[in-house]
Design a protein around this ligand. Structure first.
Ligand code: ATP
Length: 407
């Protein structure tokens, strides 16, 4: 873990928040490569949970919601970690359990920073039903910031106070929850291994015993990863029953039932919820990918990230700063930029040093533009994992890289 933390700082993945003022416990900023990795994780989740399916739609609800939402959902009585933020002048944040009553001690507004995105999807359930053509079974998906006053933040970004959740609420018929619960357990596991390339031997599923279930859950399974500090929850998959729709229906006095157009049955759907944070996937991927080996009698650090998530998928490395060579390298860069996450490295340092740097940030492919390129209109693809090299005509480069990235 220490090595991963050092690497992420050294290479610009993560910085402690407000570091020049001594930092803030449980808060981190994401640097340039960190942002690229986060975006890749977020995009791949959205692609597989929403875009590649025809039964899930997206939503973006607000981070700040009225206190009634959290009273109805049971968060105010069951958890002590929601944060509240004043929306008035002072903008202060308060631990929900330290503030008496609903009002901000400074200026009296009644608002909460959300500890999960799920409630936004339940509160908007009726709007989605009425404005789209979804039919049970269907899902609503949301990605966005969440805030929790974690008492013991730590293990890097495994447990932080401000993080980015990705949650799917998948609504099903009341007696069909068990089947869908199994479906989503398998589906989410497959995403980690096949799409993100996580080592399957370091993943397992843990079924919560009845006694440790959250107040809304009938059954919960965690997808766990074997972290350096032991097995820990990566993602939680919960059968939330009709708990949330029921409590919001009662508290808001709004009919939230669903009318089945085929059977004319009216009921509150049950819901299966896979929930995970980008931050926790982030730390998992870095730990899973970290490796040290020896190449040509030189030791190196290498992040064996799947090409799908690598912050830089293709680095273009011209061998010299000679003008005609640079021109070709820049043309190659322009032709690849629309297709891949590309970095152009013209620093002119020793080529081996530039490869090492790309190995450390997990770049799976380096394109070397050399003097021969001017004659044969071809470049060399250098592969991170094997350091093997392959000569490819510039004309066929995009196609070849597309195949390599896809694996
Ligand atoms: P824990 O028991 O570890 O506090 P939880 O059971 O309260 O977690 P959930 O509410 O199930 O967590 O959260 C769903 C997912 O959100 C988790 O699987 C994890 O990926 C992520 N998550 C929860 N809390 C944090 C946090 N403080 N920092 C980063 N990610 C978090």
């Amino acid at each position: 873990m220490d090595k991963v933390v050092a690497l992420t700082k050294r290479r610009g993945f993560i910085y402690p928040s407000s570091e020049i003022y001594g930092g803030l416990s449980g808060f981190y900023d994401y640097g340039p490569y960190g942002v690229a990795l986060k975006r890749a994780i977020r995009d791949l989740w959205w692609r597989h949970v929403v875009e590649l399916r025809d039964d899930v739609v997206g939503l973006e609800s607000t981070l700040i919601m009225p206190s009634e939402v959290w009273a109805a959902s049971g968060h105010l009585t069951n958890f002590v970690d929601p944060l509240r933020q004043c929306t008035g002048r002072c903008k202060k944040r308060w631990r929900a359990d330290t503030v008496k009553g609903d009002k901000c001690p400074e200026c009296g507004s009644e608002v909460y920073l959300r500890p999960e995105t799920a409630q936004g999807m339940f509160v908007d359930f009726k709007n989605v039903i009425n404005s789209t053509r979804v039919r049970v079974p269907f899902g609503i998906a949301q990605q966005g910031r969440a805030f929790r006053n974690e008492i013991t933040p730590g293990n890097f970004v495994f447990r932080v106070r401000e993080f980015e959740l990705m949650e799917l609420e998948y609504f099903v018929k009341p007696n069909e929850d068990d089947g869908w619960f199994d479906y989503w357990r398998k589906e989410r596991m497959r995403w980690y291994t096949d799409v993100l390339g996580v080592n399957a031997s370091r993943l397992r599923q843990y079924d919560h015993p009845k006694a440790s279930l959250s107040h809304y859950s009938k059954q919960t399974t965690d997808i766990e990863y074997e972290f350096p500090f032991g097995w820990g929850e990566l993602e939680g998959i919960a059968d939330r029953t009709d708990f949330d729709l029921r409590v919001h229906q009662e508290a808001s006095k709004t009919d939230l039932t669903y009318l089945d157009p085929e059977t004319n049955d009216r009921y509150l759907p049950w819901v299966i919820e896979p929930a995970v944070s980008v931050d926790r996937i982030f730390v998992t991927l870095l730990i899973d990918a970290y490796d040290e080996d020896v190449v040509n009698e030189e030791s190196r650090v290498v992040l064996r990230l799947h090409p799908n998530v690598a912050p830089v998928q293709v680095a273009i490395v011209p061998l010299s700063k000679k003008e005609d060579l640079i021109k070709v390298a820049r043309d190659v860069r322009s032709s690849l930029q629309g297709e891949f996450r590309v970095e152009y490295d013209q620093t002119g340092g020793h080529i081996g040093r530039r490869y090492r740097r790309q190995d450390e940030i997990g770049t799976p492919f380096c394109i070397t533009v050399d003097f021969e390129t001017l004659n044969d209109r071809a470049v060399t693809i250098r592969k991170r994992d094997t350091t093997e090299q392959e000569r490819v005509a510039i004309a066929g480069l995009t196609e070849r890289l597309t195949a390599l990235v896809a694996g």
